[in-house]
Design a protein around this ligand. Sequence first.
Ligand code: DON
Length: 317
Amino acid sequence: MAKPEQPAPRPPEPGVVAAIVAEVYAHCRADTSGELADYIPELAAAQPDSFALCLATADGRIYGTGDTTTAFTIQSISKPFTYALALADRGPEAVAQRIDVEPSGEAFNEISLDPVTERPRNPMINAGAITAASLISGHNAKERFQRILDCYSRFAGRGLTMNEAVYASESRTGYRNRAIGYMLRSFGIIDSDPDEAVDRYFRQCSVEITCHDLAIMAATLANNGVNPGTGARALTAALTEQVLSVMTTCGMYNAAGDWVSTVGMPAKSGVGGGILAVLPGQIGIAVYSPRLDPHGNSVRGVAACRELSKRLELHFL
Ligand code: DON
């Protein structure tokens, strides 16, 4: 006899969610530990005490508190979205020939390839992200970056733009990423101009978002690739699943194990102070707080995601 189906857990009432978001914000606010990223000089200009928390549901509700309309740069949170576009442009097999999906346990900017496959270990570290940027289709560099911007904008549900000052600052100081680009070219992982791929990576990292935008981007991933606000499809369901899988194992770099055990959701952080987390099928979470821990993850961002996961029972892994 077939086993009776378990009823799906009922999502909490909107009033309860709003109250929990406000409580978690208040709970995490007092922690002013951590440091602003300053290896890209312009990032040190952020307001260190800014703090915003937003939760967006796959059916289009948004709950936010704090500095939810403060602009900041997306930084490494761009990586899953450019990887998504590369998958859509080239197909999963062609992308897999150049970028693995194994957790690296290394810093995001490690100058390394897997010694056996001679490929970047995953698309969330810089080597994999620069490779993904090299795989974006278009007639010229301008069009390729515009396609990235259009892709991110479909996820956010509004036209996003780049912060020129942050881009110029990273471009002026990005020797390590250039070294990674040249390494990739010398191993044949990138077969086009490495300077163009690295420049595109600098540009994508400098796209400006708010915590509100980031929550909608997360909710679009939660909603199988369809933006819950606009109804536009940003990514196929199959590719959304692939992106979320890689975020689960590689999104938080060498803090990934701790993240999975304490938060239990696919996520991605950026040195601009943002974190995006996704409960597939249900919820997108975004936090902005620019003081970072030694891994390069937002201190209050990690704490808020842990606390939300605990109070709303979001841990699903
Ligand atoms: O590659 C870099 O240096 C930056 N533009 C992005 C790094 C980043 O956000 C790392 N994440 N925590």
